[in-house]
Structures are given as structure tokens and as C-alpha cells.
Design a protein around this ligand. Structure first.
Ligand code: UN1
Length: 480
């Protein structure tokens, strides 16, 4: 069986121990043994990143462009193979996984260009003879902590801007799915990143994550994951004076109005709620439907849901892969049970047997729910969507905003009036009109409001807000 090592200061280093990466579609398929770093090894990675920062922060935009562009090309050239690995370790379907790898490649291409576009401003001073110059500088050593649901795209959208703007990186991928990030780091190393510029420390949050957030040598932490972990990380970063950025949960509403095109609405809801096994922080988990279309919508959803094939992520024709692991499967089932106890009616949501041992769950639609029920307040992170019936647009909007989250929101309507009003008044970082709440572009800002996010946006040119620091210089010609 393969052994996958940590990458520290330009060297592959065995971990203090190892952990097994298992295919959730087939528990007999072991992807490999992955090194587990301890606090000491994590500290060595941080020190290496600190040493490398001196040079990398002074590298030319051309050097950064060349590295990131090469990484992007290598990822894109290996899209099919890396997609297969990703589908095997995480359980999203092969087309979804290949799509995610493609997105990672494009992100590196985008940030290669950004390295050339850092720029700055020169502003006339209010004082005679003085000039003011506003520039951006790299921040330092960035600690990255990434989740299991996008094992290559999320590491890519944190590593690429970090390096493009002259920072060095220590990344801890999710313990459950380290293989895709391991391959990504190998690609970056082989593309010629100098020793210490990128470091990989795999292992548990309580050990590696803890060492990253508490080290005084880490200047900033970018985290994507759950609300509880994110808040704990934020508190520790604040206490040790680090800059931090948190992308956390969602309870994203999808409003379906009477005037919606029914086919468009059903497709958007099926995709947003159930694709990628609903394991996206952008998933449409609350379907808010006005009464005139309600019955037709529910009937059409059930017809579409019956036609969805749940199965092995690698099988052609699978629409929904397995749940990522046993713990998540139990959480999905617990929420389905809670929804029933609170008065909901559940369609689907059953464990399914397939030819292999895996975590297969049919998609669940919970009707007869009210906004106060836990199924409408807490993130499940599985193929489970609830439906809330409302009278009209106004009630739909107020239910949509009745949540502590604010990541993504959608509306299906043919009305310009309602779609315009919704775009302006829904409290979310991203709004989709006649499209799923999940599945975003790679070159525009990503992030949410309220309890979903903290700190500047990720992705697109907005990423520079987090990955650089601004310097304001006052320049006088001196005595003339
Ligand atoms: C998408 O919907 O395309 O963890 C991306 C997540 C998000 C990424 C979603 N950070 O689900």
C-alpha cells in the first residue's frame, strides 16, 4: 500500500503516525496511508515557511506568474486522473470531481495573471510637495485549513492567491480526504516552488490545526469548515493577533414563486439540494415555495428524485455519490429523524444497499415544515432539503432571511420585479436567479454574511484584501 508523506521545507517527510484514506463508495478500497504530523513537525513547517518568506516575498511577478501558470497547466493536463482520485476519496461523482479539478486548474491560471496585476496608487498629498503612494505587500506565513467536501478546489483557491501575492503557505487539508491536496502540493513542488514556499502537514485539527492557529510565526489563517470550528479558530487567531478569514456554514434558501418556469425551478432545486450529495455549504437546503405552484412543484420534485441514481461515485450514470463517512451519514439520519419528530413528512432519505459496502443514502425531501423547526435552522450537510410553503413573495423573502446564516440564496421567477427586489433585499453574500444556489464561478468574489463568513471575500481579485497588507507611503523630495 502507498505511503504519502508530509512536505516540509522542500522534503517529503514521514509523519509521526499515519491514517488510512478509505473510499466511501467502497470501504474495501483503500486509497493509501497518509502521514499524520505532530505539533513539532507542524512547527518545523511553519519555520520553513518563515525562512522562505524572505525570498518569495521579494520574487518578481514574472516568477510567481510562471509558477502558478505551470501549476494550472499541470492540473488541467491531469484532470481525468485527478478527478478519479477525488471521486474515490470524497465520493462526489466522476463528472463532478473532474469539474472540480478543472476549476482548481483555472484558479491557478487566474491567480497567475493576478500576480502581474497587483499595482498600486499614487495620490496627491494635501500637503505641498508631498506625494502619497498606496501599495500592497505580502502578509507573511499563511496557515490554511481546508474541509473535506472540495478536496482540491478549496486548497487551490487559498494556495493560489497566497502565493500570487508573495506569501508562503502551510496547509492542513481535511484529515478525511488528504489525497487530492497531496497531489496538488506535489504538482506545486514539481513546478519549481522554492523550498519552504509550500508546506503540507496532514493530520488532525486538534493537533495540526491547533499548532497552526497558536503559533506566533503564522501571520494569518484562512479556514473553511463548520461554524463551531471556525468560531474557535477565530477566537484563537484573535488572541494571538493573527489576521483570519472564515468560511462556514449555510442554510441557503431557494425561493420558488408561482410565476416560475416549473422545469427551471425543479432543476435548480435538484441540483442545489442534492448534487454533490448535498455536501456543499452553498447547498439549497430550504425550498420556500408559494402556494399557487406548491403542489405541482412537489409532484415534479418527487418524479425527478425517483429518477436520481444513487451509487458508486465512479460508475457512469450515477447522479449522487455516497455520503462522505459514517459520522456524516449518522448526522444526516439524525436530522431526518428530528424533522419527522417535529412534524415533517419525509420523502426518501433511506439507506441504500449497493454492490459494495458504502455510505449510500437516497435524497430526502421534507415537507410540512415551519421556519422554527430545527431542519430549517441547522445545517445538515447532506442530501436533505426541507420545504416551507408560503403565501406570497413577501412572506418568502422574510422566511428566506429568517436564519443566522447568509451565504447563498436563490429565487426562481419570471418576474423582473421580484427578482430585482430579491437581489437587493435577501441577506446573503451570493444571489442566484433561476439557478442553483451552489456551483460558483472561480473569478468573482465568494463569501457570505451573518454567521456564514468572517473577513474579506475569497476568490477573484477580491482575494487580495486578505492575502496582502496595504502600505501608505508619504514621499517628500526633501530640501530643494
Ligand atoms: C460551490 O458551490 O461551487 O464548502 C462552491 C463549500 C463552499 C464551496 C462551494 N466553500 O461548500
Amino acid at each position: 500500500m502507498s505511503q504519502f508523506a508530509n512536505y516540509i521545507d522542500g522534503q517529503w517527510v514521514e509523519g509521526a503516525s499515519a491514517s488510512r484514506n478509505v473510499n466511501p463508495s467502497n470501504l474495501d478500497d483503500i486509497i493509501g496511508e497518509f502521514a499524520q504530523a505532530d505539533a513539532d513537525q507542524t512547527q518545523r513547517a511553519i519555520s520553513a515557511a518563515r525562512r522562505a518568506f524572505a525570498q518569495w516575498s521579494m520574487s518578481t511577478p514574472q516568477q510567481r506568474f510562471d509558477l502558478l501558470d505551470q501549476v494550472g497547466s499541470s492540473i488541467l493536463a491531469r484532470k481525468a486522473e485527478l478527478g478519479r482520485l477525488l471521486a474515490r476519496e470524497e465520493g462526489k461523482t466522476l463528472p463532478e470531481a473532474i469539474g472540480e479539478v478543472g476549476r482548481a486548474g483555472q484558479i491557478f491560471k487566474f491567480f497567475a495573471g493576478e500576480a502581474l496585476r497587483i499595482g498600486g496608487e499614487t495620490v496627491p498629498s494635501v500637503r505641498p510637495g508631498m506625494t502619497v503612494e498606496v501599495t500592497r505587500e505580502p502578509l507573511g506565513v499563511i496557515g490554511l485549513i481546508t474541509p473535506w467536501n472540495f478536496p482540491i478546489a478549496i486548497p487551490a483557491w487559498k494556495i493560489a492567491p497566497a502565493l500570487a501575492y508573495g506569501n508562503t503557505v502551510v496547509i492542513k487539508p481535511a484529515d478525511l480526504v488528504p489525497a487530492s491536496t497531496w497531489e496538488l502540493v506535489r504538482i506545486i513542488a514539481e513546478a519549481g516552488a522554492p523550498a519552504g514556499v509550500i508546506n503540507l502537514v496532514m493530520g488532525r485539527g486538534a493537533v495540526v490545526g491547533e499548532a497552526l492557529v497558536s503559533s506566533p510565526d503564522v501571520d494569518a489563517v484562512s479556514f473553511t469548515g463548520s461554524v463551531s470550528t471556525g468560531r474557535a479558530i477565530g477566537a484563537k487567531c484573535f488572541a494571538s493577533g493573527k489576521k483570519f478569514q472564515l468560511e462556514m456554514g449555510g442554510k441557503n434558501p431557494m425561493v420558488v414563486l408561482d410565476d416560475a418556469d416549473l422545469d427551471v425551478a425543479v432543476e435548480a432545486c435538484i441540483n442545489g439540494a442534492f448534487y454533490s450529495t448535498g455536501q456543499r455549504c452553498t447547498a439549497s437546503s430550504r425550498l420556500i415555495v408559494t402556494e399557487g405552484i406548491y403542489d405541482r412543484f412537489i409532484d415534479a420534485m418527487k418524479v425527478r428524485m425517483r429518477a436520481l441514481k444513487v451509487g458508486d461515485a465512479l460508475d457512469a450514470g450515477t447522479h449522487i455519490g455516497p455520503v462522505v463517512d459514517d459520522k456524516q451519514l449518522q448526522q444526516d439520519e439524525r436530522y431526518i429523524a428530528i424533522a419527522r419528530e417535529e412534524g415533517g413528512t419525509v420523502f426518501g432519505g433511506e439507506r441504500i444497499e449497493r454492490g459494495t459496502r458504502g455510505y449510500f443514502l437516497s435524497p430526502a425531501l421534507v415537507t410540512d415544515t415551519t421556519p422554527a423547526m430545527r431542519i430549517n435552522r441547522e445545517e445538515v450537510f447532506g442530501p436533505v432539503a426541507s420545504v416551507i410553503k408560503v403565501k406570497d413573495y413577501n412572506e418568502a423573502l422574510s422566511v428566506a432571511n429568517d436564519t443566522e446564516f447568509g451565504l447563498s440564496a436563490g429565487i426562481c421567477t419570471t418576474s423582473l420585479k421580484y427578482s430585482s427586489h430579491f437581489r437587493r433585499h435577501v441577506q446573503a453574500g451570493m444571489v442566484m436567479v433561476n439557478a442553483a444556489t451552489a456551483g460558483v464561478d472561480y473569478h468573482v468574489p465568494f463569501g457570505g454574511r451573518k454567521g456564514s463568513s468572517y473577513g474579506p471575500r475569497e476568490q477573484g481579485s477580491y482575494a487580495r484584501e486578505f492575502y496582502t497588507v496595504v502600505k501608505t507611503a508619504y514621499v517628500s523630495p526633501g530640501a530643494v
